[in-house]
Design a binder for this molecule. Structure first.
Ligand SMILES: N[C@@H](CCC(=O)N[C@@H](CS)C(=O)NCC(=O)O)C(=O)O
Length: 234
């Protein structure tokens, strides 16, 4: 059986587990501490990062983009008859998501409003870009879930958790993205691709007393703050 080496709140891992879930591919998962990485992990992960996926034949794979492409190539494709051109387009929009995972993490960890605004601007560029190409279909330019949906799921899931716990919506300026987020979340893939305690682990880290978002009363104090954080006024 496939094995995924994981860290509970890692978005790169969630992209991989979401893809496995979407394709109904059985897998086991092993969580490790990134502060105290086991030797066996360092031997199979050249850069010491999760996710690592160990294939059914025992081959360790690293780098989430490569792992996602392996899962798509080695198992029945998520969407049938995707042309080479469309596959390249899908990969490009997927890379835009994965390049912004750490950006979103840094936004969420910002300790003050000025830092949060500066970092959120970068994330907003990616959101604005995809807003511009989303159509009226349920998922990314399709009525069925595809690779781009899976790549964007961690970003949209995390934005939803922040919105639920704080009156702060990273997607407020992007109606199509918001709609896409709701459609994706309604599949249940977000929950199925993380551990049962994901939300509490996530909020403990990103909505702690150390983060601006965690100091809820400051963020929620006025609608003006909310608008200013998300909009181009920043
Ligand atoms: N480019 C890597 C990034 C993965 C990554 O940054 N993973 C983080 C956890 S979310 C990690 O393992 N950090 C530990 C470290 O860098 O030492 C990928 O796409 O797989």
């Amino acid at each position: 059986m496939i094995k995924v080496v994981s860290f509970k709140i890692c978005p790169f891992v969630q992209r991989i587990t979401a893809l496995l879930e979407a394709k109904h591919i059985p897998y086991e998962i092993e969580y490790i501490s990134l502060r105290d990485k086991p030797n066996w992990f360092l031997e199979i992960s050249p850069h010491g990062q999760v996710p690592v996926l160990i294939t059914e034949s025992g081959q360790p794979l690293f780098e989430s983009d490569a792992i996602a492409e392996y899962i798509e190539d080695a198992y029945a494709p998520l969407q049938k008859s995707v042309s080479a051109e469309q596959r390249a387009i899908n990969r490009a929009w997927s890379y835009l998501a994965s390049k912004n995972y750490l950006v979103q993490c840094s936004v969420q960890r910002s300790s003050d409003l000025a830092t949060l605004k500066e970092r959120a601007n970068k994330l907003a560029k990616a959101f604005a870009a995809i807003e511009g190409v989303l159509g009226d279909s349920r998922y990314f330019n399709s009525q069925s879930i595809g690779m781009v949906d899976i790549a964007w799921l961690p970003l949209l899931h995390r934005a939803a958790i922040i919105e639920k716990h704080r009156c702060y919506d990273f997607l407020a300026d992007y109606p199509k993205l918001k709609n896409w987020q709701q459609n994706l979340l309604s599949t249940g893939l977000a929950e199925r691709s993380v551990s049962d305690d994901f939300e509490s682990r996530f909020t403990e880290f990103y909505l702690s007393e150390e983060t601006f978002l965690g100091k809820g009363s400051d963020v929620c104090s006025s609608q003006a703050d909310q608008a200013c954080i998300t909009a181009s006024c920043c």
